[in-house]
Design a protein. Structure first.
Length: 68
């Protein structure tokens, strides 16, 4: 799956309100650009994505059936 496929899936399933899908899209886009950026840029962007992922916390507890 490439970033266009993930973006289309997010759009089709109205997943813009699902932050974990947006994290996956950001990771895929970063992966696709890996050869075009420096190591320090890659690490910085990866750390930013990781930070956003960690902010999600455990918000999904109790609503697993609705969300997943």
């Amino acid at each position: 799956m490439n970033s266009r496929d993930i973006a289309k899936y997010i759009e089709t399933t109205d997943g813009i309100s699902k932050p974990w899908l947006l994290v996956q899209l950001r990771l895929k886009k970063l992966q696709e650009r890996r050869d075009e950026i420096t190591d320090s840029e890659y690490v910085k962007e990866l750390a930013d994505i990781h930070g956003d992922l960690m902010k999600l916390g455990q918000w999904w507890h109790g609503q697993e059936d609705k969300v997943f």
